[in-house]
Design a protein around this ligand. Sequence first.
Ligand SMILES: [Zn+2]
Length: 189
Amino acid sequence: MRAVAVLGATTLLALAGGQAFAGVAPTDSPEKAATVVTYDASGAEEFTEAVDGGADVWNESVTGVQLEPAEAGEQANITIVADDGWPRAQTTSLGNGRIWMGRQAVEEGHDTLRIASHELGHILGLPDIKPGPCTSLMSGASAGTDCTNAYPDESEKASVEDNFGTASYFKSDADFKRIPLTVGRVHQD
Ligand SMILES: [Zn+2]
């Protein structure tokens, strides 16, 4: 009985909706437009260029998400500041959080562009993968001060595409933030 009722309803929708849904289809189709994540580097001081460079690295490396400077007065997804500690990131939710471009690592000889890309990687949902080779962005400082590679490897790129590929199926920002992630922890380096 119930099955028949459901079938009946489906048929009705299909009959009535032939034309009505046609106009709605484009916005309903799961097209993977890039998620835009904005960042505010106004507090990044001498690291502003490195932060912009790190954003460019990600924009060149993945298609599911693009990092753009926030407009003046706009609340950015990512706030980036400079301080004297070790570089670190706090991911509050996928694509949202805070980055500290710590001077300590730079004083020890680590590359500023690699640091910026690495910390942005945390905000895009990547964990540290340490120890690891220089070809891995998320191996961070474990690859040594000679390592200046600022680009994610294939598996790191794929993880970010996965994170934002799923996200693009959700419509509202509230839905977007419901994606389960281990967040809130400050990743040192
Ligand atoms: Zn890290």
